[in-house]
Design a binder for this molecule. Structure first.
Ligand code: CMC
Length: 379
């Protein structure tokens, strides 16, 4: 390998072969197992889509019922996990809490029987069932309240909103939240999925795989961006302030949160869907003061940076949807994780089926043959 082969951020370098999802960044197309995201958003549910991603095809009625049944019955957390969570500082970020809890599952369920289909199935069900409960429990515990027990009669999305807000959600709100989960479930080899694959390639347990992916998702250039979008809209404060704000960002070469993507050079198809979902929510439950600012921002950024392929990404409108659903800003990224665990697990399964440990190389830029200088002889 020569220096010319090195691509910062591995841009354009294939890291694996995968049949899970596909992105056409020029045309703004996203497919899960060959099915367009628009179709899945309209006709599927998050759990059905997760099944599709993880097991490779749409389930039969019985397969879907069994999958949903398994998840409903594994939603509860062991009291020791809840006790562990009581020791977390309430000021800590919920992504850190989630990472610790996901890793802790490995203490209870780690057998590493990666050749056993039942082990794989149980791990998938447990992780998908328990992660929403962990996020909701941390939210209540940091407010000084007891966590709300999951309700078996509610579906995946409705149950999460119920555990979070301590009341049964409006059906439209629950359906929209379910679509948001579908939209965030998978997105090829992004940073957290790559992290999951690298961890998986050591043949460690799936709880460690998910914990490492959660840590990666937390950063502001990845899953953390939707939180920063809301902070940015708040800082801008009014439609009139949008142009000066963007001018200043461009002048100072600062990133505008919720815009730009390594792969998409047009508006992210998920941003289009999320924008429509936000509008449906505003119609039913009242508008959001930040929406007008967001629309102006999209227009100005498109004018100024569209030529570079910088358009709204998935994080731009998702925060506005989550705000209307009563989700606190610092839970946006944990909610992203609830959805993306499906994609991580799909890649985990794919990785361990034909595994080779990740071990890339580097271009060494340091020196050679340096002499060790004793501490007392150093300047
Ligand atoms: N604001 C201003 N300029 C931008 C932005 C942005 N958000 N994104 C890209 N650009 C410009 C960048 O300055 C560069 O211009 P030039 O060629 O003149 O130097 C050009 O567009 C290409 O950018 P890049 O740095 O090569 O792009 P990248 O592929 O390395 O970075 C990104 C992708 C997502 C990290 C970046 O667009 C970004 O920092 N966006 C803001 C954070 C964000 O919204 N992240 C969420 C990403 S989508 C969901 C997810 O992955 O979790």
């Amino acid at each position: 390998m020569t220096v010319c082969d090195y691509k910062p951020g591995l841009e354009g370098i294939p890291a694996t072969q995968s049949s899970i999802s596909h992105v056409d960044g020029q045309q703004g197309i996203l497919e899960y197992r060959g099915i367009r995201i628009e179709d899945l958003a309209q006709h599927s549910t998050f759990l059905e889509t997760s099944y599709l991603l993880i097991w490779g095809g749409l389930p039969t009625k019985t397969e879907l019922e069994e999958f949903e049944h398994g998840i409903r019955h594994h939603r509860r957390l062991k009291y020791r996990i809840r006790d562990m969570m009581k020791c977390f500082p309430e000021g800590g970020h919920p992504m850190d809490a989630l990472q610790a809890c996901a890793a802790a599952l490995g203490l209870f369920y780690s057998k590493r029987a990666l050749n056993d289909p039942l082990y794989i199935q149980n791990a998938v069900v447990r992780l998908m069932a328990k992660i929403p409960t962990m996020v909701a429990a941390f939210q209540l515990m940091r407010k000084g309240n007891d966590p709300v027990q999951p309700r078996d009669d509610l579906d995946y999305a409705a149950n999460f909103l119920y555990m979070l807000n301590e009341q049964e959600p409006d059906p439209l709100a629950a359906r929209i939240f379910d679509i948001c989960l579908t939209l965030h479930a998978e997105h090829t080899i992004n940073a957290s999925t790559f992290s999951a694959m690298v961890t998986a390639s050591t043949l460690t347990d799936p709880y460690a795989v998910v914990a490492s992916a959660v840590g990666t998702l937390a950063g502001p250039l990845h899953g953390g961006a939707n939180e920063e979008v809301i902070d940015m809209l708040e800082a801008i404060g009014s439609v009139e302030n949008v142009r000066p704000y963007i001018d200043q960002c461009i002048k100072e070469k600062r990133r505008i949160m919720g815009f730009g993507h390594r792969v998409y050079k047009v508006k992210d198809p998920r941003a289009n869907i999320l924008q429509k979902l936000a509008e449906q929510l505003f119609e039913k439950f009242g508008t959001d003061e930040y929406y007008e600012i967001a629309l102006e921002l999209e227009q100005v950024v498109t004018e100024r940076l569209g030529a570079k392929g910088v358009y709204p990404n998935v994080d731009f409108y998702s925060g506005l949807v989550y705000r209307r659903l009563g989700i606190p800003t610092d839970l946006f990224t944990p909610v992203f994780a609830i959805a993306r665990v499906a994609g991580w697990l799909a890649h985990w399964k794919e990785q361990i089926r034909e595994n080779r440990i990740f071990r890339p190389t580097q271009i060494y830029t340091g020196s050679h043959d340096q002499k060790y200088v004793a501490l007392h002889e150093r300047p």
